[in-house]
Design a protein around this ligand. Structure first.
Ligand SMILES: CC(C)(COP(=O)(O)OP(=O)(O)OC[C@H]1O[C@@H](n2cnc3c(N)ncnc32)[C@H](O)[C@@H]1OP(=O)(O)O)[C@@H](O)C(=O)NCCC(=O)NCCS
Ligand SMILES: [Zn+2]
Length: 365
């Protein structure tokens, strides 16, 4: 359960710098506090060293004069103590990136469950399906064939759905939160969102079992910023005005801005200011907020089902149906991502055909 996961787990610190909360002007403010919850925040029984009664030599009563027991007049015999090597240690799983206490049964069990969800997805059982019919969950696509031959379908619902589906959604969002080292989606963001899920059918014709293997959260937003083209970034980085800041790393970590010219020819110098989003992926944006209807604050596909087109399919379904009767086009700039991961950036470039923008999820409520 998510509440239990919160107790002892922390994922690796996000290496990505955070995008500040409001467009343009406040982008130069220092980044908000680290997303990672310090391990020491919530000590568990296993994590907290237990105090053991120590035998201190000082406490030994001094032998009194005339004490009959001769042995007491000598130094007490010291015993060699050994360090215990089987004490719990913090481990980060290479498969799901979660840090947990090895040797602590609770942590081991919670990690096992989380790791399975990250790799293989979450069960979509009969009970969820029964409720889905009553709760008005829409089936947007059925009998979808993936490139590996597997089949599935795309469903959509609002996060305030309630019942078993809401409980399942809470576990799913917590799994994504841990996998991305991101903060939880706030109720205000969720109120303006729709959830799109890819349900994969278990192999075998007769099987009715399904797994949630992909999730897109789509949020109603108002503005976002256009991503700078690579030529604009390199022009900005090599322009004289940015020469004091040697590398893109420095620029991003200081949340400074870049000045450049749109045209590298000296005759038409049009200053352009770029804002760094993530220097490790060379992602910069133009600071002007542009009207944009749909944001994607979360995007996740379980690791065993990646590169099958699931994320792209979910994004297309979201763009087509998010606003009733008004299909959105990523190429036209109707869709924005929050600060993307490396793989997220690859998807936004491949799926978005250069038109996807960047926004800050809490700054757009
Ligand atoms: C990012 C993520 C959702 C992509 O899901 P996916 O279902 O594998 O994406 P798709 O199959 O639709 O990929 C579409 C295209 O994007 C590009 N792409 C996707 N993942 C990529 C990767 N890891 N490296 C390079 N390119 C990638 C490819 O061009 C791909 O097309 P191709 O497979 O025909 O080459 C998935 O990797 C994931 O959940 N990662 C962990 C969480 C995360 O980083 N989320 C993004 C937050 S912004
Ligand atoms: Zn793991």
């Amino acid at each position: 359960m998510p509440a239990e996961l919160k107790r002892t787990y922390g994922t690796r610190a996000a290496t990505r710098p955070l995008l500040p909360s409001s467009p343009s002007s406040e982008l130069t403010t220092p980044p908000p506090p680290k997303r990672k919850r310090p391990f020491t925040d919530r000590p568990t029984e296993q994590n907290t060293p237990t105090k053991k009664a120590r035998r201190t030599l000082k406490a030994e009563p001094k032998p009194k004069a005339g004490d009959k027991s001769k042995g007491n007049s000598k130094q007490p015999k010291l015993t060699q103590l050994h360090f215990s090597l089987d004490t719990p240690t913090l481990r980060t799983c290479p498969l799901c990136d979660l840090s947990y206490t090895r040797g602590a049964p609770d942590d081991e069990a919670l990690h096992k469950a989380h790791c399975a969800r990250v790799q293989r997805g979450l069960e979509w059982g009969k009970e969820e399906q029964r409720e889905a019919v009553k709760a008005g969950v829409e089936e947007l696509q059925s009998n979808v064939k993936l490139r590996n031959g597997a089949r599935g379908r795309v469903i959509c619902f609002r996060p305030d759905i309630g019942g078993k589906i809401a409980a399942k959604l809470a576990v799913l969002l917590e799994t994504i939160r841990l996998a991305l080292s991101s903060p939880p989606l706030s109720p205000a963001v969720l109120r303006r969102s729709k959830i799109y899920l890819f349900l994969l059918a278990a192999p075998g014709l007769a099987s009715t079992r399904e797994k949630i293997v992909g999730c897109v959260v789509a949020q109603r937003i108002s503005t976002a910023m256009a991503i700078a083209r690579p030529a604009e970034v390199s022009a900005a980085l090599s322009s004289p005005s940015s020469s004091q800041t040697q590398s893109s790393e420095t620029l991003a970590s200081s949340q400074s801005t870049l000045s450049s010219s749109q045209d590298s020819s000296e005759s038409s110098v049009v200053p352009v200011t770029l804002l760094p989003v993530d220097s490790s992926t060379n992602l910069y944006v133009h600071p002007q907020p542009l009207p944009t209807p749909m944001g994607i604050p979360r995007l996740f596909v379980s690791s065993e089902h990646r590169r099958l087109g699931i994320a792209s399919r979910l994004l297309t379904a979201a763009a087509e149906t998010f606003i009733l009767g008004c299909p959105l086009s990523p190429a036209r700039g109707d869709v924005a991502f929050t600060q993307p991961t490396g793989a997220g950036k690859a998807v936004l470039e491949a799926w978005g055909k250069g038109g996807v923008r960047i926004y800050e999820e809490e700054g757009n409520i």
